[in-house]
Design a protein around this ligand. Structure first.
Ligand code: HEM
Length: 499
């Protein structure tokens, strides 16, 4: 710094600059609160409690998010959504926020949509710890045979409503065990509950948050949700009770305590270990809510994508036949279906399940590296557009089942190519601490269903059937009304039911 000492005028200028800078720094603090961020309102002008903007967001969310991206390409902005005001962060911040304990997933999701509360840490733990460990491939494959044979007798079907039934049955086999999984009343009640859960959530969000605890009693969809909840409870509680009685009796008699290795038992054990109470019926329903529609969505979209690109049916089928002949119906075989895995990830990239991911609510104040200060209660999310960004994927509008297979051959990117791997570039399962813990199970389940479907059936779209994905707020779902014609194949390469 000798040049400063040798030049008193320069030294004086520096002092003046520093002194003048202090008030400027005080006026423009290095961190900014949300109020300084641009706010996009779906509808201009005044509307009581932003009801008009919230409603507009439900139906025009895709276009509104595209507008947000165009106006603020690399910077955060606020938008009025049906979930209230959300700050959309640039995807570059995904890694920074992914494990921050001050940002909660449960409260961002639960408060907005749930009518029934649940102990999300027990749910998260049993899915992460127990479910992935105990995945049973053969019983699920048996259930796939059963559910497809009872569902696919018709030549023309409404695709999603059939797939939801198949997924509900396979999931129930693992969550509830052999005895309960074919209980038709339970299956009907869970399917109804999961549908009502999402619709009731959307209706409820039109009501200001403080009034929801009172007004939900009068919202018709919430009444239906409560009815399907009570029905599910009525079915499942006696079964749970019977198990508890059998266990207590074995304990008293000094006999071996019966174990069932399904979600009823895992949740009982986990809650006991933590010393927390929980409602087993809510637990099962929340598992169904987390698992059934998400999984159904990917299977449905994949079936539509293959119907639109029938030239890829043969190579995917050949891979399945080859792997099953060599290895049988095992976990390792499902891992070896690399083209199927790539094609599924491509369907998820092409039509992500949500327009935004990593929804979080600040539980403690925090300042992000870009200087943005979040207060308790602020909500953030990240746009999933990156999966369709031409800077990342060549011809993103094209469904290319080989895309991730090619990526898996590039050493620096190979680890991101698998369906179950999350990254800021692929947020379909979220990312970080709260990334979907059920994705490993979902990947096995989906592949089992598709092995059966591809080996036993052929399908095509019914001409004129609406296959466009449905936009509802941040949900971007495979068409609920797409129809296909399906029939059993006559000549089979392999009898999958004998494996
Ligand atoms: C293709 C199927 C699925 C998709 C696309 C999917 C997607 C997601 C996404 C996007 C999240 C939020 C992640 C985040 O914000 O970072 C999530 C969370 C979660 N998912 Fe999945 N999911 C699927 C299947 C399943 C299944 C089968 C289960 C259960 C068996 C499950 C259980 C959960 C649970 C418990 C959470 C909450 C995690 C937490 O609280 O930290 N999901 N899922």
């Amino acid at each position: 710094m000798s040049w400063v000492h040798s030049n008193p005028i320069l030294c004086l200028c520096l002092v003046i600059l520093i002194l003048a800078g202090i008030p400027v720094l005080l006026y423009f603090p290095t961190h900014r609160n949300l109020e300084h961020l641009p706010l996009l309102k779906p509808v201009d002008g005044f509307s009581l409690l932003d009801i008009k903007s919230k409603t507009a967001f439900v139906f025009r969310s895709k276009e509104l998010l595209a507008k947000g991206r165009a106006l603020f390409p690399q910077s955060p902005y606020r938008m009025i959504t049906d979930l209230g005001e959300i700050v959309f962060l640039p995807v570059g911040l995904a890694d920074e926020i992914r494990n921050d304990p001050r940002l909660s997933f449960g409260s961002a999701f639960g408060e907005g949509a749930a009518v029934h509360t649940y102990n999300d840490s027990v749910l998260q733990t049993i899915v992460r710890k127990e479910l992935t460990k105990s995945i049973v491939i053969n019983p699920m494959s048996v259930e796939a045979t059963h559910s497809l044979s009872i569902n696919l007798e018709w030549r023309e079907i409404e695709l999603k409503s059939v797939i939801v039934d198949v997924v509900a049955r396979l999931s129930a086999r693992v969550f509830l065990g052999k005895d309960l999984c074919r209980n038709e009343d339970w299956l009907r009640a869970t399917k109804e509950y999961t549908i009502n859960f999402f619709v009731a959530g959307t209706h409820l969000r039109m009501i200001p948050r403080p009034l929801r605890p009172l007004l939900h009693w009068f919202v018709p969809k919430c009444r239906e949700l409560r009815a399907s909840f009570n029905e599910s409870r009525r079915i499942i509680m006696p079964a749970i009770h019977r198990r508890r009685v059998a266990r207590a009796a074995a304990l008293t008699a000094g006999e071996k305590i019966p174990e069932f290795d399904d979600a009823i038992d895992w949740a009982d054990r986990e809650a006991a270990a933590r010393g927390v109470g929980y409602d087993p019926a809510i637990m099962q329903l929340m598992l169904a809510v987390a698992a059934i529609h998400t999984t159904t969505d990917l299977v449905t979209q994949f079936i539509i994508d293959l119907a639109l690109n029938p030239e890829f049916v043969a190579p995917i089928r050949q891979e399945i036949v080859h792997v099953l002949r060599t290895t049988g119906m095992k976990k390792s075989a499902l891992h070896d279906m690399k083209l199927l895995d790539s094609a599924l990830k491509e369907s998820q990239r092409h039509k992500p399940p949500g327009l935004a991911s990593m929804r979080r609510r600040a539980e403690k104040p925090l300042t992000l590296s870009n200087g943005l200060a979040l207060k308790v209660g602020d909500r953030i999310a990240i746009d999933t557009y990156r999966m369709n960004d031409p800077e990342l994927h060549k011809e993103p509008e094209k469904w290319d089942p080989y895309r991730f297979l090619r990526i898996s051959e590039q050493p620096e990117k190979s680890k991101f190519a698998q369906l179950v791997v999350t990254s800021p570039d692929h947020l379909a399962f979220g990312h970080g601490e709260h990334a979907c813990p059920g994705r490993f199970f979902a990947a096995y389940e989906i592949k089992i269903i598709l092995c059966h479907l591809l080996l036993k059936y052929e399908w095509e779209l019914v001409p004129g059937s609406n296959i466009a994905p449905m936009v509802l707020g941040l949900t971007y779902a495979a068409s609920p009304v797409a129809r296909i014609k399906i029939h059993r194949r006559r000549e089979l390469e392999l009898d999958i039911d004998s494996l």
